[in-house]
Design a protein around this ligand. Structure first.
Ligand SMILES: [Zn+2]
Length: 390
């Protein structure tokens, strides 16, 4: 098979032109007109590259979802191999950057990089996928087995995927495997075969207000209680099990001369194994006040289940690594991360999921967000190889 690297290199100037337009269409989560405009632009770019592509657009309260469908020709007749492989590719169009970020962080290309808000996380990954599909189409090389490919692009990943999650899960149930176009890890672009799950908890504490000078003993300080509970909660962390509990926000009180009647603690939880969750949840829900005059109420729970490195995921990675080596001479590496993605949802349903297949760079959610130019063609070719041979 001729290397796909050459056509991938040839398509790079067009990709960078499209990338500029896509970055300049700012698309912060929760900003519906901006998200709509950016999704429309991406759909247009897809149609320009792949005229046969079918695009379904589903409006949600958090912006439009795009579902792009394409089929790859197969060398095998339907009769001899009736099982069609359903590949689900996943990405998001929203970014963490507020409108107007372009003024201080414009799209620009330097010697070795391209910069801009949302470029690494994850607009470049979306375009790399389109270009991978395009070079496969143009080469017209039949795939190993019949396969249909869905690219699912959501508008709400950065805020926990509240609208898109049910659709992602229903597509996952009908798919054979998932490829997530989030950025790779580090400047080597390692794939992600495990992600921690994310939970959050709000602990509300009611005490009893009193004048700090006149009637101190009548008061029950919610702040003091919150401090004591913070110590307890922080001790839920089990580093040896990849379980961390971070009491990240604390508020309370009304005045220095008043014993505080109210305090609130908010915690971020990262969890490597789903089976550790019920015990942790119970510990939160059974928190009891040290001062019996205080009352504690706890809300929250699991937002994203962990993506655990199951044997099926390990096998999928091994297959991908073998294909990358055989066709491109690439040495793929894997990694795990504490950050979540929509891959957490697909993996939790038992779907073999490979994440981190998008762009390579650094500074996601940071002012130095950028991608490396050198590996773009390699990543396009890698995706093309996987789409065709997995
Ligand atoms: Zn992302």
């Amino acid at each position: 098979m001729p290397s796909l690297l050459q056509p991938a290199r040839g398509t790079q100037p067009e990709l960078l032109r499209q990338l500029r337009a896509l970055i300049e269409a700012e698309s912060p989560s929760n900003h519906i007109p901006e998200l709509t405009a950016c999704a429309d632009l991406f759909a247009e770019q897809a149609r320009a590259l792949l005229p046969a592509i079918k695009i379904r657009r589903t409006p949600t309260p958090h912006g439009p979802i795009l579902q792009l469908e394409l089929k790859l020709p197969s060398s095998v007749s339907r009769k001899s191999q009736p099982k069609q492989l359903q590949i689900l590719a996943i990405g998001h169009i929203d970014t963490v950057w507020p409108p107007g970020t372009l003024r201080t962080m414009p799209f620009r290309i330097t010697r070795t990089r391209a910069h801009g808000p949302g470029i690494l996380d994850m607009k470049a990954g979306l375009l790399q996928f389109l270009h991978a599909a395009t070079i496969l189409r143009e080469l017209d090389q039949p795939a190993a087995s019949p396969r249909s490919i869905t690219l699912f692009v959501v508008p709400d990943e950065e805020i926990g995927s509240p609208s898109s999650r049910p659709l992602t899960e229903s597509l996952a149930r009908r798919s054979s495997l998932a490829l997530v176009l989030e950025p790779g890890t580090g400047l080597e672009g390692r794939l992600k075969t495990a992600r921690k799950g994310i939970a959050d908890y709000t602990v509300d504490i009611r005490g009893r207000a009193a004048h700090a000078g006149v009637d101190f003993s009548a008061g029950a300080s919610a702040i003091l209680e919150a401090a004591r509970q913070t110590e307890r909660i922080a001790a839920f962390t089990r580093l040896d099990r990849g379980l961390t509990v971070n009491p990240g926000l604390i508020t309370g009180g009304t005045a220095t001369n008043t014993v505080a009647a109210h305090a609130q603690l908010r915690c971020d939880v990262r969890i490597a194994r789903l089976r550790d969750f019920p015990a942790l949840d119970r510990r939160f829900r059974t928190l009891r006040p040290v001062d019996p005059r205080c009352k504690i109420s706890v809300t929250g729970g699991l937002n994203r289940p962990p993506m655990e490195r199951t044997p099926a995921i390990a096998k999928l990675f091994a297959h991908a690594a073998q294909l990358a080596h055989q066709h491109l001479g690439l040495q793929l590496e894997e990694s795990s991360t504490g950050g979540g993605s929509d891959g957490n949802f697909t993996a939790a349903l038992g779907l073999p999921t490979l994440d981190g297949l998008g762009a390579i760079g650094e500074g996601a959610h940071a002012a130095n967000e950028s991608i490396l130019l050198a590996p773009i063609a390699e990543r396009i070719a890698l995706l093309a190889i996987l789409l065709q041979n997995l």
